[in-house]
Design a protein around this ligand. Structure first.
Ligand SMILES: [Ca+2]
Length: 455
């Protein structure tokens, strides 16, 4: 009996001890939670927390704007934006639509973020920025839910409070819309899309925006992806054929959106980023095979001095125009040749808005705040990997012998040999220096294998 009561005493003491331990643990946990909240608040209070407006076109050429080299297209509003902000000449998206979007949203190369097949488990910057008090909206082409209405992979589930747009592309000359998770009609009038998306973006800013919160507005245009078209007001008006009309309409509509930013007093505290998802269609294989274009139209963009275009691992596939404006913060009238990429958006927004970059997965992007604010000339990135086809470090670019690219993007002039280019001297990638610098080549090849590895 004694032993039993002794056991009871022991059990009671154990329970007491456990309760004390639990209290301590709970206390520790509460303290830890409070500390984490304090850290988050401190990060937020140190952060500049601008509004973020991303204007993202589709398949637009490196040299389609007057300020990036076009001799035919008139783009006064984009040229003005470049004067008011910084234009980046070594900016990288990805080489095709879906992979470009998953990279932009997650800060992860497409071999990790999976492009069109982006799983629900990917964490987008919209999810993270919403947690620290931003309101988020996406207008336009989504293209990371396999072009299907899979609810858990659609914008509302991936961090956007509001969505209007098309889940896929417009290759067939028609699109269907969703507003949030509901169907919202369809159209075959491709010439109406740029204005429609701009109207939706303006409606968000004027009517839906919560004035007590900073916002992210991600406007992903369907143009200039084929099938291209312009509205009657712009059709036949440019010197650059129908493609030029589409570019000029985009310029006008973006000007209209930026005017509303001004009207609403948002100009000073809004970071505006303009870029596109990949290089232009400019390959003869595509031109010959693609059906359904308005008769006689030249429908491709201008990659300027860059080799090849959409889908290619030459610069024409990945390197795209980019302009960033934030009055008083991002230097005006600057042209930067620092290496910068859409995968850098997430870590940069983390710094600007005050959220933490996920630490449970590989993030390929780097924080480019110092570059944007003009405090660093070179920025935080010295390399870029073009899937496992090619890699760049500094001015050197290595390409493997076999390029795994879509059929239309295959460069039929090239011999299947390893290539090494000095992009500062030869941005058009024509003078193969592989035989001259074998050590540089093997160094870059190793780097490509490391960067492209599954993590
Ligand atoms: Ca595209």
């Amino acid at each position: 009996m004694e032993a039993t009561s002794q056991e009871w005493v022991t059990v009671n003491e154990r329970e007491k001890a456990m309760k004390i331990t639990l209290c301590i643990l709970t206390g520790c946990l509460a303290a830890a939670v409070m500390a984490a909240q304090r850290d988050a608040l401190a990060a937020q209070s140190d952060a500049l927390r601008p509004n973020i407006l991303i204007i993202f076109t589709d398949d637009q050429g490196y040299a389609d704007l007057a300020c990036t080299g076009s001799k035919t297209n008139k783009t006064p509003r984009m040229d003005r934006l470049a004067k008011e902000g910084t234009r980046f000449t070594n900016f990288y998206a990805q080489s095709v639509c879906g992979p470009s979007r998953s990279a932009l949203l997650t800060g992860r190369y497409p071999m990790r973020s999976k492009g069109w097949s982006m799983p629900a488990s990917e964490i987008t910057f919209a999810e993270l920025i919403r947690e620290v008090g931003y309101q988020t909206a996406c207008i336009g082409k989504w293209d990371v839910s396999n072009r299907k209405p899979i609810i858990e992979r659609m914008p509302n589930a991936q961090g956007f409070d509001y969505y209007f747009g098309t889940l896929g592309a417009n290759d067939g000359g028609g699109v269907a819309f969703h507003e949030n998770n509901e169907k919202a009609g369809s159209t075959r009038d491709m010439g109406s899309l740029t204005r429609l998306y701009t109207n939706k973006a303006i409606a968000f800013l004027k009517n839906t925006r919560d004035k007590n919160k900073p916002f992210v507005l991600y406007v992903a245009h369907t143009m200039m992806h084929t099938i291209i078209d312009a509205s009657p007001r712009f059709k036949g008006k440019s010197k650059g054929s129908l493609y030029g009309d589409v570019v000029e309409e985009f310029d006008y509509e973006t000007g209209r959106l930026l005017d509303v930013v001004d009207e609403l007093g948002l100009r000073e505290n809004t970071l505006v980023i303009y870029t596109t998802d990949n290089g232009p269609w400019n390959q003869p294989a595509y031109y010959r095979n693609k059906k359904g274009h308005p008769k006689g139209s030249i429908f491709w963009g201008d990659a300027g001095p860059l080799r090849n275009g959409k889908g290619s691992c030459y610069e024409g596939g990945y390197r795209v125009p980019c302009i960033v404006r934030w009055p008083g913060e991002v230097p005006a009238g600057r042209v930067s040749d620092a290496i910068f990429a859409t995968i850098d958006f997430l870590p940069t927004f983390a710094n600007l808005a005050g959220f933490k970059v996920p630490d449970d997965r590989a993030i390929d992007g780097v924080d480019q705040t110092e570059l944007l604010l003009g405090k660093s000339k070179e920025g935080a990135r010295d390399n870029f990997v073009y899937l496992n086809n090619a890699v760049r470090r500094g001015k050197w670019k290595y390409l493997r012998a076999n390029h795994k690219v879509p059929g239309y993007a295959r460069d039929r002039e090239r011999k299947q040999v390893e290539e090494l280019y000095d992009l500062e001297a030869d941005v058009g990638e024509r003078n193969n220096l592989a035989a001259k610098y074998p050590e540089k080549m093997s160094e870059l090849k190793n780097l490509m294998e490391t960067l492209a590895k599954e993590k």
